[in-house]
Design a protein around this ligand. Structure first.
Ligand code: ATP
Ligand code: MG
Length: 199
């Protein structure tokens, strides 16, 4: 089995996340993609992140029409800081060591990867799929210099559809009463409106 992991705050989940995950799934012939919404992330404590239930619900609604997409609340259940190392260990316990795990990581997160907890151990033990994102330039040689040879084996690069969409922009549009049609799935648009999020 080959499993892709799409982590994020998903506040809210949008078509950029979904199109990226689908492109990666096809290109790498992954059996499924598990979306894992992060628990309230410590580095985003400064601002109002929507509650966990809402983010998990929107992620579930957004992914239900794709039979290859799953959602896990494992990081929310664990509480505290969400370390990818803990997530990887938990996934290995669930799926067994023979399952290969591919963490999908956007260009803006890849530039930070070296600062992650146990970054070298992580890159040594599982695969990362580095995707592109409009407006973000990655110096890949800096990444390779830091992680060394293992980066060439375990960090894979892919060009994903250029969709200039961000959750920050969507929250701002809702706050201003502007349309978010075609940026998020209709079910998510309806949920945001009904729950009164981001106003
Ligand atoms: P925010 O603006 O609140 O930071 P975001 O749109 O960046 O939200 P996140 O939940 O922070 O979304 O992102 C989760 C993952 O999805 C990250 O790896 C990020 O790089 C990737 N990602 C988000 N939006 C896009 C996009 N439009 N295209 C490609 N990758 C994306
Ligand atoms: Mg982000």
């Amino acid at each position: 089995m080959k499993i892709g992991i799409m982590g994020g705050t998903f506040d809210p989940i949008h078509l950029g996340h979904l199109a990226t995950a689908e492109a990666v799934r096809e290109s790498f012939s992954l059996d499924e993609i598990i979306f894992i919404p992060a628990a309230r992330p410590p580095h985003k404590r400064g601002r109002n992140v929507a509650d966990e239930f809402s983010r998990l619900t929107m992620t579930t609604l957004a992914t239900q029409s794709n039979e290859f997409f799953k959602v896990s609340d494992m990081e929310m259940k664990r509480k505290g800081l969400s370390y990818t190392l803990d997530t990887m260990n938990e996934l290995h316990e669930i799926f067994g060591q023979s399952t290969e795990i591919f963490f999908i990581i956007g260009a803006d997160s890849l530039v930070d990867l070296q600062k992650w907890h146990a970054a070298r151990e992580l890159v040594d033990k599982c695969h990362f799929i580095a995707t592109t994102r409009p407006g973000i330039d990655v110096d890949f040689s800096a990444v390779e210099n830091f992680f060394g040879n293992v980066a060439r084996k375990h960090i894979h690069r892919i060009t994903t559809p250029a969709l200039e969409i961000s959750s920050t922009d969507i929250r701002e549009k809702v706050r201003l009463g502007r349309s978010i049609k075609y940026l998020v799935p209709e079910v998510v648009e309806a949920y945001i409106s009904k729950a009164g999020l981001y106003r």
